[in-house]
Each structure stands twice: as structure tokens, then as C-alpha cells.
Design a protein around this ligand. Structure first.
Ligand SMILES: [Zn+2]
Length: 600
């Protein structure tokens, strides 16, 4: 739902980007700008600038840029609307409501959807004891060995194999079509009919920390049906990137950490085995939102993801994401193990506990590696340490990892451990690590120097798709944007310059947006562009607008810019006219040749 322009104008007039940024980044004023260390890339000397009068930020190092909204989107990992909402709260503004219903109407709709979800969960649960749910009940008991107690605890249920059993049951409770659709429990069919979204499935209600049923996840019963797992679609209440299945119970655990597994059903078997600290994502990779939620309840996360290529990849990525949080990480890898009758057990927590019991799992927990150990083991697995050449390669790879650790104590511990594994002296390893650290800091310094040397005038957009086709014209187009941002009144001198005259589609679009804004009597602000451009586009625009444009020369500069743009555009059309003539000549010749050929 679009946010009204008026609201964005009001918001940008009340906000100062310097205030917004400085709650995250310490800033110092130097010249016309504020400067600080960029929060989006690692650096030692500040190349992150904030301009108060233009209300933009721009990093000369990594190229990120935009206005206050983009800054909050990037630093808090929020979508546009949520970033606006956060800033609005800071500015003391109430978000305008979609459909003009006011806040109360929205709250009422939310309450109805939650009520509907709860009733639906009750309905599915009641089916489990009836013939319609017999297959699911058998699956839970025989295949998954979930006890009646834990089946009840997690509110498990069955969706009958029918097109409208839920719809009819909910209609009796007073819920209408629109509400069923909004909750994602029904889907529209042909001719205005709706039918049950979940059919012939095991139903798992998804419950948030407050105890509300916010949606469902489900598993098919007949193995031919796809998809195997099906969730409630994304709604205002059901956002997969921030949901942790099982958190409603795990948040109260007495255990010292939380365990993250892949499967939702695994969560239940883990709780049943006594690991009431287990959660799972809804089939997505771990996100920043998940980490924020986890951080409210624990200081340590045990990653127990599948031991296949995808699981290893997900583990590495989760470790990388968690590195910048306060949560420490351990990695529990389930070993390949056979049962007494020689059957190889699938490496997931559900099967592991089913065959070897909770105590065996507890022992694995105690042996689980921290993230550095895990990554070292991953590196080690890639080399044959009985061969000298492979040992040398291992040394280099392990030293790379160790050199990246910020604590000297950790560097020593893990450096020594890696050296022992390869039969290399501790000193040898230590020297390699130090060499790498020196190399890295030298490279970082060089990179910074190179960046400082690049004249901003020569900047091409970083994103290849935005590259300028005509640099001379694009420079002038950039200049026009700077002048009109300075004062929208300059648009009066630009009646004869249209967005189509611009050689860069992005700059042309920005020009058009700002002009429309001015024509509507609104201030030309960064917020206008932020609502209409992609992140990459904003990075570039902020870099363009960040460059200085003195007010006293703006009028004269604008006349020059306009002349250049029109000159270049005319050159372009002339060129294409010449090209066309040349093409015609070439065609004539071809035809002539063809004639002579056929006459022969
Ligand atoms: Zn940066």
C-alpha cells in the first residue's frame, strides 16, 4: 500500500538526517558535511558523509547512499514501509492508514484474523480424532512417534481431503470469504468461488511469542502431491523472515541456549525428547530479524542443520550473519551412524533421537564445536594431511581463517590447534598468520588510498546497468539535478528540457520525479526519490547530489548544463540519421549485387 506523498513531505520536513544517522554512527562536522566511519563497510578513516542541507548520506568508500529512509532501511534491514513507520514514530507522527480506516479498523481486522486462525486450529485439531484425520493421526503416531501429549501441546491437526470443509465450518462461526482469504486459509477459484488452501495435510499451527496463532505450516499426506510443505502465504501477520517455529515454548526454557533445526516437525520431536529450547525457521535461511528475536531470549545458539551440502552452506552463512551479533554460536553436526542391525540413520535430529535417544543427543551437544572450530574442521576436511603439498596448502587456508579473528588469544589458541592438526610448529603457523595480517592491513590501506584518489567527477555508476552511454551529457544532467535540488524554482528555466532529452534513463527519471513534485507545489526532497528508486539507483543519485553546487553560480551553470544536454541529444539524432543513410546505401548496393547475380 503506497504511503501518501503528503505524509512523506511532512515526515522529511520534521526529520534531520544528521539526528537519524548519529544515533547509529558518531559524526564530526568538517567543511559542509558531517563525517563518520561507514556502518556499511569496514574502514579505519571516515569516508561516510552526511549532508544536512541536502538531507543525504553518501559513502565515498562503498558507494552506499540515499536519504534518511534509505539509511534506516539499510541499517535496520527494514522494507520501505517499516522504515518510514520507524522514522514517523521518532518524529511523533502517526502512520496514515491504508483504506483510510484509521488505526482502530486495522487493529480490528488483525483481531479478526487472529480469531479466525485460532478457530481454524481448533477445527483441524478436532479432525484428528475423526475418520477424516485418521491418516494424519497414524502418521504422527507410527512414522513420527509423537505422543498424544506433545501432539496436543503443539496443537497438531488434520486438514480433511475436501474442498470446503474448513470454509463451511468457519462460516458457521461467522467468518466470511474475505476474512478466510485474508488469513490465507482459502484460495480463489474460478467464477468467484473459494476453496480450502490446505487439504489432506498434517497441520501445524504457528504460534508467536505472545501465544497467538499467526498462521500454519503443513505437510502432505499423499506423497504425490506437491509441495511437500506448505505455509500460510505472507500476510501482515505472517512474515517468514521473522518467524521462529517453537519460540512460544523455547523462550521459557531452563536450558542455557537455543537450538536451531531445519524441520518444523523436528522441533516437536526435540521438545518431546526434553530439548524444549529448540526452534526452526519456516524453511528459510536465518535472517537478521530472526537473530534479533533470538537475541531477546538467549546468548548462545546451537546450529543443528542438516549435514548435506545445503545444510553446510546454510551453517556457514548463519555463522557469518551471527558474527556481528551478541549471540555466540556452536555447531552440532550429526555423525553418520548405524543402528545395531546395520541400518544407516538419516542425519537429522528427528531420526537421530528416534534411534539413539535423547541422551546420545545431549552428548553431542556437549561436544559441539564453536564456530571457529567448525570452520577449521571444514577446511581440514578438504585436505589430505598425510601429503606434504596438501599440508602446506592447509596451513595457508587455516592461517587465512585464523588471521581474520580479532582476538589475539583466539588467534593463538586456534593457530596452535590448526598447527597441531597438520604437524607444523606453532611458530611456523604464528609467522604465517602475522604475515597475512600485515598483508591485509596493507591492502586495506592501499584500497583506501586508491578510493581517495578517484576524482568524484569521473564516477560512473557502480551498478553496470546504470552506466552512462554519453558521459558528457550525463555530467550535465547530474548538474541539473543538483541545481533543482538546491531550489525547485530553477524548473522555471527548464520548460524546454524534457526527461527524454536526458541520455541517462535514471537521471531522466529523477528529473521527472522532482519536476512533478515541484509542479504539485511540494518540496523536492530525497524522500520523493527514495520511494521510487531501487537501492542501487539511490546509491548513485546520492553520490551525484552529494557533490557541491554553490548557489551563486547555479543559474549560470544551469544554462551551460542545458546547452550541453541539448547539444549532445542533437548530435545523437544526427548520428542516427547519418547511420540510417549509410544503412540505406549499403542496402542499395546489396540489392544491386543481387540483381547482377540473378541476371547471370
Ligand atoms: Zn561505506
Amino acid at each position: 500500500m503506497a504511503i501518501p506523498d503528503r505524509f512523506l513531505d511532512e515526515l522529511s520536513s520534521r526529520l534531520s538526517i544528521v539526528d537519524v544517522v548519529s544515533t547509529y554512527v558518531p559524526l564530526n562536522k568538517r567543511g559542509g558535511n558531517y563525517w563518520g566511519l561507514c556502518p556499511f563497510h569496514h574502514e579505519r578513516t571516515p569516508s561516510f558523509s552526511v549532508n544536512e542541507s541536502k538531507q543525504i548520506f553518501h559513502c565515498f568508500g562503498c558507494g552506499k547512499g540515499g536519504g534518511a529512509i534509505r539509511f534506516v532501511m539499510e541499517i535496520e534491514h527494514l522494507p520501505f514501509r517499516d522504515a518510514v513507520e520507524k522514522l514517523a514514530a521518532q518524529a511523533g507522527l502517526t502512520m496514515p492508514n491504508e483504506e483510510g480506516g484509521g488505526n482502530g479498523a486495522w487493529r480490528e481486522r488483525r483481531r479478526r484474523v487472529l480469531e479466525l486462525n485460532k478457530e481454524a486450529a481448533r477445527f483441524y485439531r478436532s479432525m484428528l480424532a475423526r475418520p477424516e484425520g485418521a491418516e494424519v493421526a497414524a502418521y504422527l503416531q507410527e512414522k513420527r512417534r509423537i505422543s498424544p501429549k506433545f501432539s496436543a501441546r503443539f496443537g497438531l491437526g488434520a486438514a480433511p481431503d475436501a474442498w470446503d470443509s474448513l470454509i463451511r465450518a468457519m462460516a458457521e462461526k461467522g467468518f466470511d470469504k474475505a476474512e478466510l482469504m485474508e488469513a490465507g486459509l482459502a484460495v480463489a477459484g474460478k467464477g468467484g468461488n473459494i476453496y480450502d488452501k490446505f487439504r489432506n495435510r498434517l497441520m501445524l499451527p504457528v504460534i508467536d511469542v505472545r501465544g497467538d496463532v499467526i498462521g500454519f505450516t503443513s505437510r502432505v499426506m499423499d506423497s504425490d502431491s506437491a509441495p511437500k510443505y506448505l505455509n500460510t502465504p505472507e500476510t501482515a501477520l505472517f512474515k517468514k523472515r521473522s518467524i521462529l517455529y517453537g519460540i512460544n515454548y523455547a523462550k521459557n526454557t531452563k536450558r542455557p541456549n537455543l537450538i536451531l533445526v531445519e524441520g518444523n516437525i523436528d522441533v516437536i520431536t526435540m521438545h518431546q525428547a526434553g530439548f524444549d529450547n529448540t526452534v526452526a525457521t519456516m524453511g528459510t535461511a536465518l535472517t537478521e530479524d530472526h537473530i534479533r528475536l533470538l537475541g531477546r531470549y538467549t546468548k548462545e545458539l546451537v546450529l543443528c542443520l542438516d549435514n548435506d551440502a545445503a545444510g553446510v552452506d546454510a551453517t556457514q552463512r548463519a555463522i557469518a550473519l551471527l558474527r556481528s551479533s551478541d549471540i555466540s554460536v556452536r555447531v552440532l553436526q550429526l555423525p553418520r551412524r548405524r543402528t545395531e542391525d546395520g541400518q544407516l540413520v538419516k542425519q537429522d535430529p528427528d531420526d537421530y533421537i528416534k534411534h539413539f535417544g535423547g541422551q546420545a543427543f545431549q552428548e553431542l551437544m556437549e561436544q559441539s564445536a564453536n564456530s571457529v572450530e567448525y570452520r577449521l574442521a571444514q577446511i581440514q576436511a578438504g585436505f589430505d594431511l598425510s601429503r606434504d603439498d596438501q599440508r602446506a596448502q592447509y596451513l595457508v587456508a587455516a592461517a587465512e581463517l585464523v588471521a581474520g579473528l580479532s582476538s589475539p588469544v583466539e588467534r593463538e589458541i586456534y593457530g596452535n590447534r590448526a598447527a597441531d592438526a597438520a604437524g607444523i610448529s606453532h611458530e611456523g603457523m604464528g609467522q604465517e598468520v602475522e604475515r597475512l595480517r600485515k598483508k591485509r592491513s596493507w591492502e586495506a590501506k592501499k584500497k583506501q588510498e586508491r578510493q581517495n584518489l578517484v576524482p568524484t567527477q569521473q564516477l560512473q555508476p557502480q551498478d553496470r546497468r546504470l552506466r552512462y552511454a554519453n558521459v558528457r551529457s550525463a555530467r550535465a544532467e547530474e548538474g541539473v539535478l543538483r541545481v533543482v535540488m538546491l531550489d525547485g524554482g530553477y524548473f522555471r528555466q527548464l520548460d524546454d528540457l524534457q526527461a527524454e532529452d536526458f541520455s541517462s534513463p535514471l537521471l531522466g527519471r529523477a528529473y521527472d520525479l522532482l519536476r512533478q513534485c515541484w509542479q504539485a507545489g511540494r518540496p523536492a526532497s530525497m524522500a520523493v526519490l527514495e520511494g521510487a528508486c531501487s537501492g542501487e539507483e539511490l546509491d548513485h543519485l546520492a553520490g551525484v547530489l552529494q557533490q557541491p553546487q554553490p548557489a551563486h553560480t547555479a543559474g549560470a551553470a544551469l544554462a551551460d548544463y542545458k546547452r550541453i544536454i541539448l547539444e549532445e541529444r542533437n548530435k545523437g539524432t544526427m548520428q542516427s540519421a547519418e547511420d540510417l543513410n549509410r544503412l540505406r546505401d549499403a542496402l542499395k548496393q546489396k540489392k544491386g549485387q543481387w540483381r547482377t547475380m540473378t541476371h547471370e
